[in-house]
Design a protein around this ligand. Structure first.
Ligand code: BGC
Length: 923
């Protein structure tokens, strides 16, 4: 008997070891849990938040066949395995992204603790993941007890300082701060700055929507005296207003709220004063007089007012403008309740703007005595942190610019009306460190005037500031020029992500132009996780939409036309790309009526199927070829505006039909199929030139846009392609397109068998080309193909010529979405080893994990390394003529595990693979 028991014990122990051993080897695991694209977010407002996780497995071809999600209202419940909010049960499904929560209705502030377990393709379970959380925001207007406050008499140009002291009688368990301070705010609690957002909240049309941020401030508040201090600047709003609600839960479970309010209602008074920020403007810069600082302004025990000092300083810097009140008191007065901005309060789910990088200037010069110019070596968006020691009252000026005059001083002409100048007045004493709060500049050079003594390189530290979207792309190749273009595109994109996609980062514009986004967004999808950013942009666009369906050229709307140029189809294409890149159907569904209304609006303007208007079209073609040559007007001479407008309507009709199909709206699908058909017919009637075999005036823009859209009747395709290639050759291998059709030129050339011609265009160093910009010292993309620096429209950090960035990933790297499996559930790997390239390494982090495509050419051997994330499949195109010449992992590819040969196609051998790492070799 004893023997038997021993045996049984041994056997089960053995089984256990065997089972654990094998599951450690073979197990599929879930990690990187996210809710609404974010790790452990606060302030979630979606009624059915979408959950996702990333699977890993050491096995090839691994798939999820089932999952179980538990969502609990407390950590303890979750630990006990209780999903009191939602227990999905075992769901047979391979879905691991975009899973809508389907539990109990969630109310404001509800914390949710969740975990997931999954089953792999062989049926083995994973065990539960590490837990994750999310917390609901303030879902109803009635949750807001706070009132908007400001200071009506105002101090024009100056930032406002708000202060509120209060006492907590009991120990604090946890606390949240919900805040919207517009234009921009900075929140302090008891002397500590809360969070790391800058230029917060994101810019919106404040009359429609105001974003509030949620902070966990439990660790900052304590039993006893506390102070909330908030500095609010003008930002894009122009007049500081604050709304703040701090909610405290005590250790005993009781709760308290501390809210902004005017007057002396309830406990405490919100005091307001001005301070050292004498001027703050996004375009013009910030002026800061450190002598006006109020030390301890955000601490419970206020140090006595430095009334004397302040009075003196105000006298000096405001030339005695008679601010008697300021001399008299440290905290001037009570803040008053002000008119709310009008918009609905919405939780800020977009990645907040942050300081994302610091750079040390490379050089310093002295073009004139006492005038010093720092060269950062990189054009970027952000500001400089000044370190200076000198006499009290010394005034140091920092002027920002993208280019220099011949004498070495900064040239600010192309900033138009933006003064782009920061001023710091020293308080004296120890070394002072200062950076602005409520402005940012687009620059490479900083001119410093008034510096006490001779500044050294370390007296300025440069901070790159942008929306903190996660990087999710890597692209490198054997061609250094291509790498430099990729770097230039990357820097341009990051300089122009400031809660909206700005056109430029420096001049008195910085608007979210929608035509630019139409061609630029795909590049950012490949380089960054844009899921939250573009969801916000869609709302910005929707906020511009009028009753008649028209939208505006910029969103938030400040510049441009209503109705927008039809090339502004970014409203639809962002929805479509969110679906292609993240499998997001929510954004499409939320905006479907808006997309329809804009498409219908454009369709309603047509005469004989042609959209009769357009303002920009293929704007900024090279002036040597196609422009009138004016610095202000960059409308093409050769590409009719109505051609790009009508083509855009066709594109919208097609996207509408595809989206209607995904959303199961068959009637609408039929309607937009019909619109696409009539628009295609009209386009061909109007612009097809039978004699020449081309569109419009047979320029690159017209032909490539028609080809890209698939508007060319099949039998005419060869003629149009021939004309297109001929035109490129006639231009010496150069493009003649503007910001818009450049994208379609490169795409069409690859699609129609001329990837080599596209590569030739991309790798030019002479005008007009990206290489020409680099040869002339560019570190970010220019607005114009020409090198200009005068007072016209010539930004040197302009996103819209960056579509080549997506082209690198899609065709040189070969990483593509597959419409058959949106969100990279299915992937297409199709690299084009063109020109002199001998290797490329590309990576993209999808919602399923990292996708890799890296290839190398050596003699006649082509090697392709591919990584396919768990729970996805890929179609892989290996250059070659026959499967018998292709090996995978050293074995004939046709027999390699998890690799299936499908067909040979246009010089490529095509395989289907599941997840895992693969190494193909073709000879
Ligand atoms: C912007 C462009 C925009 C254009 C209109 C310019 O001022 O900088 O990016 O597309 O206006 O086409």
């Amino acid at each position: 008997m004893r023997h038997l028991i021993c045996c049984a014990l041994f056997t089960s122990a053995f089984c256990l070891v065997w089972a654990t051993g094998s599951s450690a080897e073979a197990a599929v695991r879930a990690g990187d849990l996210r809710c609404e694209y974010v790790t452990n977010p606060l302030g979630v407002e979606a009624a059915r938040p979408r959950l996702s996780w990333v699977l890993t497995s050491p096995q090839r071809g691994e798939m999820q066949i089932a999952y179980q999600v538990l969502v609990a209202s407390s950590e303890e419940e979750l630990r006990a395995g209780e999903g009191d909010l939602w227990d999905s049960g075992k769901v047979t499904s391979d879905q691991s992204t975009q899973i809508p929560y389907q539990g109990k209705t969630l109310s404001s502030r509800q914390p949710c603790y969740w975990k997931v377990r999954v089953w792999g393709k062989n049926g083995e379970g994973s065990g539960y993941s590490e837990p994750a959380t999310w917390e609901m925001g303030l879902l109803s207007p009635s949750d807001w007890k706070a009132k908007w406050i400001g200071f009506t008499p105002g101090w024009p140009g100056r930032a406002l300082y708000f202060r509120y002291s209060f006492s907590l009688k009991k120990p604090v368990k946890e606390a949240r701060a919900y805040i919207a301070g517009i234009g921009y705010y900075e929140l302090h609690i008891d002397g500590t700055r809360v969070g790391d957002h800058v230029l917060d909240p994101g810019w919106t049309d404040y009359s429609k929507r105001v974003l509030y941020s949620t902070y966990d401030v439990g660790g900052l508040l304590r039993q006893g005296d506390n102070v909330l201090g908030v500095i609010v600047g003008n930002g894009w709003y122009g007049m500081p207003k604050l709304l703040l609600q701090v909610e405290v839960t005590y250790a005993d479970g009781a709760r308290d709220q501390f809210c902004t309010h005017g007057g002396s209602v309830g406990a405490g008074i919100w005091a307001v004063t001005s301070g050292p920020i004498l001027n703050n403007s996004v375009y013009d810069g910030e002026e800061y007089d450190a002598r006006l600082e109020k030390p301890g302004w955000d601490l419970p025990r206020l140090t006595p007012p430095h009334a004397e000092d302040a009075a003196g300083a105000i006298g000096e810097s405001m030339a005695g403008q008679g601010k008697a009140a300021e001399r008299a008191e440290y905290w001037i007065t009570m803040a008053n309740e002000v008119e709310p901005p009008g918009g609905r309060l919405v939780s800020q789910m977009i990645d907040p703007i942050k300081i994302m990088d610091t750079l040390h200037p490379k050089k310093i010069s002295e073009p004139k005595p006492g005038v010093f110019v720092y060269d950062v070596g990189q054009n970027l968006a952000g500001w400089g942190e000044l370190r200076v020691k000198g006499e009290r009252g010394t005034r140091v000026t920092l002027r920002f610019a993208e280019s220099l005059y011949l004498d070495g001083s900064v040239n600010q002409e192309n900033l138009l009306k933006a003064a782009a100048t920061d001023v710091y007045v020293l308080k004296g004493g120890e070394e002072e460190k200062w950076e602005p709060r409520f402005t940012y500049h687009g620059f490479r050079y900083i001119q410093v005037e008034g510096f006490p003594g001779r500044p050294e390189l370390q007296n300025i530290l440069v901070k790159a500031v942008r929306s903190s979207v996660e990087g999710n792309g890597v692209f490198e190749s054997s061609n250094e020029l291509v790498n430099r273009i990729q770097k230039m595109v990357w820097w341009t994109e990051v300089s122009n992500l400031h809660s909206v996609s700005t056109d430029c980062s420096q001049r008195s514009e910085r608007q979210a132009w929608l035509p630019d986004l139409a061609v630029r967004s795909e590049t950012s999808f490949y380089n960054f996780n844009m899921s939250r950013f573009y969801t916000k942009v869609l709302n910005d666009i929707a906020d511009t939409q009028a009753e008649d369906g028209s939208i505006t050229d910029t969103a938030p709307f400040k510049y441009g036309f209503r109705p927008a140029d039809p090339v502004d189809f970014s409203y639809l294409s962002l929805g479509w790309f969110l679906y292609q890149h993240y499998g997001d159907t929510q954004a499409m569904a939320d905006h479907f009526e808006g997309f329809k209304a804009w498409t219908d609006y454009m369709a309603g303007t047509t005469k004989d199927g042609i959209v009769p208007y357009g303002y920009w079209g293929d704007w900024t073609q090279p002036s040597a070829y196609n422009l009138e040559g004016s610095d202000q007007n960059a409308v093409s001479k050769t590409t009719p505006l109505q051609l790009t407008s009508t083509g855009s309507l066709y594109y919208c009709a097609r996207m509408m039909s595809q989206m209607a199909e995904v959303l199961g709206r068959q009637d609408e699908k039929a309607k937009y199929d019909a619109l696409a058909e009539t628009t295609a017919a009209a386009f061909n009637r109007q612009y097809w030139n039978e004699a020449v075999g081309a569109y419009g005036n047979n320029d690159q823009a017209a032909n490539s846009f028609a080809l890209f859209l698939g508007l060319v009747p099949e039998k005419q395709v060869p003629r149009v392609v021939e004309n297109l290639v001929k035109d490129v050759q006639a231009a010496g291998g150069h493009l003649t397109t503007g910001y818009f059709c450049t994208k379609y030129l490169l795409e069409a050339l690859v699609t129609y068998g001329h990837a080599d011609v596209a590569y030739e265009i991309v790798t030019q160093k002479t005008y007009p080309s990206w290489g020409f910009m680099l040869e002339n010292g560019a570190t970010t993309l220019w607005e114009r193909w020409e090198q200009v620096t005068g007072g016209g429209m010539n930004s040197h950090n302009h996103g819209f010529k960056g579509s080549v960035g997506a082209w690198f990933y899609k065709y040189l790297g070969g990483i593509n979405t597959d419409p058959q499996g949106p969100g990279f559930k299915r992937i297409i790997i199709h690299p084009y080893p063109v020109g002199d390239l001998t290797w490329v390494r590309s990576e993209h982090t999808s919602m399923y994990g990292v996708i890799r495509s890296a290839w190398r050419k050596e003699g006649k051997t082509f090697q392709l390394k591919v990584t396919v994330p768990v729970n996805t499949t890929a179609t892989v195109y290996v250059p070659g003529s026959d499967v018998s010449h292709v090996a995978e992992g050293g074995k004939p590819a046709a027999r390699a595990a998890g690799v299936q040969w499908v067909r040979n196609e246009n010089g490529a051998v095509v395989f289907e693979v599941g997840s895992g790492d693969y190494e193909f070799t073709a000879k």
